[in-house]
Design a protein around this ligand. Structure first.
Ligand SMILES: CC(=O)SCCNC(=O)CCNC(=O)[C@H](O)C(C)(C)COP(=O)(O)OP(=O)(O)OC[C@H]1O[C@@H](n2cnc3c(N)ncnc32)[C@H](O)[C@@H]1OP(=O)(O)O
Ligand SMILES: CC(C)C(=O)C(=O)O
Ligand SMILES: [Mg+2]
Length: 516
C-alpha cells in the first residue's frame, strides 16, 4: 500500500440510518445532517431512496441542490423506474451518484426476487447501463453478498463493471460475515475479476453480530477502498458500521492501515450529537469515540498515569474528535450581525428576515437565562424557530406545573389551536406525565407514546434540555423535538411538535381534515 492511498467514506445515515425503526427524519432534519456531514468532509452522502416516497424524493433533491463539497447519492433497485427517479432527484447535484443494487445470494434470488442467476445478471447489467446514461458515477451493490457464492459474485461484478459501474459494493446485508472470511472474499474478488482495476471496491457491513466495524476494517486491509457507514452506527436492525469508529481506527492505527480518510475528525462529536438529538436515539455512555465516557478516566491508577503522561491510557485526543469543542460562541451582548455570521458558519440558512428576527429574539431570551451560548444551543433554537414558523396547528402559550414532595404533580396548560386558546389541567405520575395528559385532554389525539428521551444539549445545570417524543398513530410514526432550559416546557414543545407533524401528514393525505 502506498502512503497516499485514500479510503473513501460513504455515509448512509440518511438512507440506511433512516431505516432504523423510529428514525425517520424530516427534510429539514436531513438537510441539517447533510450539512454536518459536508463540514466533516464526508466523500459521499447517500441522501435517501428517491423512489420510496414523494418525501424521500424531495429530500434527496434538496440535499443534492444544497451540498457542494460532497458527492450526493440516491439508492435505486435494479428497476427502470427507480433509476429514473434517482436520476431526476440528482439532476442538479454538483456531483451525483446513482447506487443501484440487486440481491445475489441463492436465498434472496430464489425466495425474494424469484429470479434465476442469469436473470439477475441481465437485470444488473440493464440497471447499470441505464444509470450510466443518467449519471457518470454509478455504484453497483450485490445485496446479501455476505451469503453469496463467490463464483457468481465474480460473474455479476465483472458484467456490472463492463456496463459502467465505477464502484462495486459488497454488502454484508444481514451481518453474517466473520472478519477474516470477509476480508478473504474481498481479496479474492479483486484478484479474480479480470476488470477489477476499473472499479473501487466498497464494503457495507451490518452489525447483527457486533462485527460491522471489524468486518469493514478487515476488508480495508484486503483492498477495499470505500467504507459505507453511519453516524453512531445507526441503521437497519442492529445498525451499520459506525463512521466514527472506522475513521478513528484508520487514523489512530495509520501505522497498520497506511491509508488516509479526508475526514475532519473534529466534526465527529457535533455530528454524533446532532444525529442523536434528531432521531432521539441516545448514544450509550461507553460507546467508542462519541460516548460520554469515551475519554473519562475513573480509576486512580489510570488518572495517575494520565496526569503523568497522557498517552499511558489515551490512544486518541478527545479534542481531535470534537470533544471540548463547545466554544462559547456568543453571549447576551452579541448583535444580529454576529448571530447571522455564526449561522452562516454553521451552514444554517433561514428562509426570511422574519425567521432571522425570531431566532435572534429566542437567542436573546436564552442568553438572559444562560450564561454561555454554544453552537448546539444555536442549532436547537433555530430548529425551534423553524418549527414555529412552519404552519403549526398546536402551539404552547403557557405552562404551569406544580411538583412537590409528597404531592401528586399537577400541570395547567394553555394551547393555541388554530388561533383559539384552550386551557386544561391534569394530574400525573410526574410533571411530564401531567403535562402530556393535560395536552391530551384538549387534543384527544389517539396517539401512543413510543419513546420519550431527554438529554442535555451542553454541559452544566443551566444547559438546555432537548426532548424527543415519538408518537404513533395508525402505523404512522413521528419524532417531535423541543428544547428549553426548563425540561418540562421542552417536553411539552416536543409533544406538540410531534402532534403538528402528524397533523401535517393527515392534512396532506386528507386536506379537509383538521387535527391529528
Ligand atoms: C438491504 C436494503 O437496505 S434494501 C433497501 C431497503 N429500503 C427500503 O425498502 C425502504 C424503501 N422501500 C419502499 O418504499 C418500497 O419497498 C419500494 C417503494 C421500494 C417498493 O415498494 P413496492 O413496489 O410496494 O414493493 P414491495 O416493497 O412490496 O416489494 C419489493 C419488490 O421489489 C423487488 N425487489 C427487491 N429488491 C430489488 C432489487 N434490488 N431490484 C429489483 N427488484 C427488487 C422485490 O422482489 C419485490 O418485487 P415483487 O413486488 O414483484 O414481489
Ligand atoms: C442496499 C444495500 C447496499 C444495503 O443497504 C445492504 O445490503 O445492507
Ligand atoms: Mg444496509
Amino acid at each position: 500500500m502506498s502512503a497516499t492511498e485514500k479510503l473513501i467514506i460513504f455515509d448512509t445515515t440518511l438512507r440506511d440510518g433512516e431505516q432504523s425503526p423510529g428514525a425517520s427524519m424530516t427534510q429539514e432534519e436531513k438537510l441539517r445532517i447533510a450539512k454536518a456531514l459536508e463540514r466533516m468532509q464526508v466523500d459521499v452522502i447517500e441522501a435517501g431512496f428517491a423512489i420510496a416516497s414523494q418525501g424521500d424524493f424531495e429530500s434527496v433533491k434538496a440535499v443534492a441542490e444544497s451540498i457542494k463539497d460532497s458527492r450526493v447519492c440516491s439508492l435505486a433497485r435494479a428497476v427502470d423506474a427507480d433509476i429514473d427517479r434517482a436520476g431526476e432527484a440528482l439532476k442538479n447535484a454538483t456531483a451525483g451518484r446513482i447506487h443501484t443494487f440487486i440481491a445475489t445470494s441463492p436465498i434472496h434470488m430464489e425466495f425474494k426476487l424469484r429470479m434465476s442467476p442469469d436473470q439477475v445478471v441481465e437485470q444488473a447489467v440493464k440497471a447499470v447501463t441505464r444509470a450510466r446514461n443518467l449519471c457518470d458515477d454509478v455504484e453497483f451493490s450485490c445485496e446479501d453478498a455476505g451469503r453469496s457464492e463467490i463464483d457468481f459474485l465474480c460473474r455479476v461484478i465483472e458484467a456490472a463493471i463492463d456496463a459502467g459501474a465505477r464502484t462495486i459494493n459488497i454488502p454484508d446485508t444481514v451481518g453474517y460475515a466473520m472478519p477474516q472470511q470477509y476480508g478473504d472474499t474481498i481479496r479474492q474478488l479483486i484478484e479474480r475479476i479480470p476488470n477489477s482495476d476499473k472499479a473501487i471496491f466498497s464494503v457495507h457491513c451490518h452489525n447483527d453480530l457486533g462485527l460491522a466495524v471489524a468486518n469493514s476494517l478487515a476488508a480495508v486491509t484486503c483492498g477495499a477502498r470505500q467504507v459505507e457507514c453511519t453516524i453512531n452506527g445507526l441503521g437497519e436492525r442492529a445498525g451499520n458500521a459506525s463512521l466514527e469508529e472506522i475513521v478513528m481506527a484508520v487514523k489512530t492505527r495509520a501505522d497498520f492501515f497506511n491509508i488516509e480518510t479526508g475526514i475532519n475528525t473534529r466534526e465527529i462529536v457535533p455530528a454524533s450529537r446532532l444525529v442523536s438529538s434528531i432521531t432521539g436515539f441516545p448514544v450509550q455512555p461507553n460507546k467508542a469515540i462519541v460516548g460520554a465516557n469515551a475519554f473519562a478516566h475513573e480509576s486512580g491508577i489510570h488518572q495517575d498515569g494520565v496526569i503523568k503522561h497522557r498517552e499511558t491510557y489515551e490512544i486518541m485526543k478527545a479534542e481531535d474528535v470534537g470533544w471540548n469543542a463547545n466554544r462559547m460562541v456568543l453571549g447576551k451582548h452579541s448583535g444580529r450581525n454576529a448571530f447571522r455570521g455564526r449561522l452562516d458558519e454553521l451552514g444554517i440558512s433561514l428562509k426570511s428576515e422574519q425567521e432571522l428576527n425570531d431566532a435572534f429574539q429566542r437567542f436573546k431570551d436564552l442568553a438572559d437565562k444562560k450564561h454561555e451560548i454554544f453552537d448546539e444551543d444555536i442549532q436547537a433554537l433555530v430548529s425551534d424557530t423553524q418549527k414555529a414558523t412552519e404552519n403549526e396547528l398546536y402551539s404552547l402559550v403557557s405552562l404551569s406545573v406544580c411538583s412537590q414532595t409528597g404531592e401528586v404533580p399537577n400541570a395547567t396548560i394553555v394551547l393555541n389551536i388554530g388561533n383559539e386558546e384552550q386551557r386544561s389541567q391534569s394530574e400525573g405520575a410526574g410533571p411530564v406525565d401531567a403535562t402530556f395528559k393535560a395536552i391530551e385532554r384538549i387534543v384527544s389525539s389517539g396517539t401512543s407514546l413510543e419513546l420519550y428521551n431527554v438529554s442535555a444539549i451542553t454541559s452544566g445545570t443551566d444547559s438546555q434540555g432537548e426532548v424527543t417524543v415519538r408518537l404513533e398513530k395508525g402505523g404512522r410514526i413521528v419524532n417531535g423535538h423541543g428544547s428549553d432550559i426548563d425540561i418540562v416546557a421542552a417536553s411539552a414543545k416536543a409533544y406538540l411538535n410531534a402532534l403538528n407533524l402528524l397533523s401535517a401528514e393527515t392534512q396532506k393525505a386528507h386536506p379537509q381534515t383538521s387535527g391529528v
